[in-house]
Ligand binder design. Structure first.
Ligand SMILES: Cc1cc2nc3c(=O)[nH]c(=O)nc-3n(C[C@H](O)[C@H](O)[C@H](O)COP(=O)(O)OP(=O)(O)OC[C@H]3O[C@@H](n4cnc5c(N)ncnc54)[C@H](O)[C@@H]3O)c2cc1C
Length: 397
């Protein structure tokens, strides 16, 4: 092939959305990915990811998520079938949610009210009548809003890749990059484990949790952590009916638990944990779910969703976050190497932001500014750095 303007390493949501932005601006783009798309080890795979704008006191993330939701709607229009399902999002709390409160849920509630977004405030009785799947005595309040829901994540990668091909982007599967090729302080291409090499005017690394291995200078700022997900074959699917039952967070900042309605195609209920997870090496780890994870699931179901307690768990997986130490994305040009950009650091909440992150990575690679990108520039993080995403449960908090 003739060299493209941009060669993107990694066809997860960050790489593909960047390719989409660049191809819209008529640049010649190629994307490399090991295996086929979606790759089973990509963080962006699986049947669903939460789309929410609730980021507590982090108003900039809220703005970014709202913009991303608009772009998800635009992407829905690009495909024959929707991949973003706006079935609403519900924050449940074991404690009182109030406009004066300081909890994550209370601050999210205040943001919703301040912006006059449509919502419903629920107490225990309302929860019992509207969402009988939840154990009634556990959650004191909930806030439901009809914006937000979930995207069919793995499927969206496939549809976006197909769309990109139709726009002339070269999507090259079964190519795993092993090295970035440099000439003095300039990146000129990459080599792959099949002994091929690919060249381009500009290289963009969007390799998710492999990014710190391709660029070891990122390793002090990024760790990879594994998080369990569970698919459950619900025996009473009507209690989780996708048209009535929202995507939800179950006291998430203090438990980590969140979940989805009965998946319209996969016919399962998915539950997962947004917590600090287990630090691991993604190149060697088996990404297994352990008996202790299943035990935690059992306890959560027993306490919160007892209608699932006898239902079989039909699929489990440990999926990897590319965690920056502060929980923010990592989007910048390399500080010392010309023609090399990086877009990574999803930190367990990046999927929903995919369309906006693609805009940011494309702008940065083009040498332009983006309204939100300063915060994600190459930065020094260390032992004292605190992970700042407010929805995430940290053991010991
Ligand atoms: C369990 C779990 C649950 C999550 N839930 C949510 C959620 O509900 N909502 C949300 O917004 N976010 C969620 N996230 C976070 C979100 O999935 C990620 O932030 C986002 O998908 C990151 O996208 P990415 O493109 O950076 O990485 P990835 O999706 O991992 O993509 C990287 C791509 O690079 C490829 N690659 C790797 N190495 C190489 C190489 N050497 N050469 C070429 N290509 C390579 C991989 O195969 C992969 O296709 C979750 C993450 C996990 C793990």
């Amino acid at each position: 092939m003739t060299s493209p303007d941009f060669l993107i390493v990694g066809a997860g949501i960050f790489g593909l959305s960047t390719a989409y932005e660049l191809s819209k601006q008529s640049y010649k783009v190629a994307v490399l990915n090991p295996g086929t798309i979606p790759h089973p080890h990509a963080a962006s795979t699986d049947i669903s990811k939460v789309i929410r704008f609730d980021y507590g006191s982090d108003i900039e993330y809220m703005e970014m998520a709202l913009r991303s939701m608009e772009l998800w709607h635009d992407w829905n229009d690009l495909f024959k079938e929707p991949i973003y399902h706006e079935n609403g999002y519900m924050l449940l709390s074991k404690n009182e949610i109030s406009l004066e409160g300081t909890s994550y849920e209370s601050i999210c509630y205040k943001n919703i009210v301040d912006r006059s977004f449509e919502h419903e405030f629920l107490n225990e009785e309302d929860l019992k009548s509207s969402f009988p799947a939840f154990e009634k005595s556990i959650y004191r309040n909930a806030v439901y809003n009809p914006m937000g829901g979930f995207a069919e994540s793995g499927k969206s990668l496939k549809l976006i890749a197909d769309k990109l091909r139709s726009l002339g982007v070269e999507i090259i599967e079964n190519q795993e990059v092993d090295k970035i090729l440099y000439e003095s302080n300039k990146a000129i291409g990459v080599s792959t484990t099949s002994s091929d090499s690919f060249h381009a005017d500009h290289i963009i690394i969007c390799a998710g949790n492999s990014s710190p291995y391709l660029l070891p200078e990122l390793q002090p700022f990024i760790k990879v952590t594994g998080h369990p997900i569970f698919h459950i074959k619900a025996s009473r699917p009507h209690l989780f009916n996708f048209h009535e039952f929202p995507t939800f967070a179950a006291d998430i900042a203090r438990t980590g638990w969140y979940g989805f309605p009965f998946h319209p195609k996969e016919k399962v209920v998915k539950l997962a944990l947004h917590s600090d997870g287990l630090e691991l090496n993604p190149l060697t780890d088996e990404r297994k779910v352990y008996a202790s994870d299943l035990q935690q699931l059992e306890e959560f179901i027993q306490e919160s969703l007892p209608c699932l307690k006898n239902d079989p768990v039909v699929f489990t997986k440990r999926c990897c976050y590319t965690d920056t130490l502060d929980g923010h994305f990592w989007i910048d040009r390399h500080p010392e190497i010309e023609n090399l950009s990086i877009g990574t650091g999803g930190s367990g909440h990046g999927f929903k932001m995919g369309p906006v992150v693609g805009e940011m990575i494309a702008s940065i690679a083009l040498g332009e500014k983006h309204a939100w990108s300063d915060r994600y520039a190459w930065r020094n993080l260390g032992e004292d750095t605190v992970q700042e995403e407010e929805a995430r449960y940290k053991r010991g908090d």
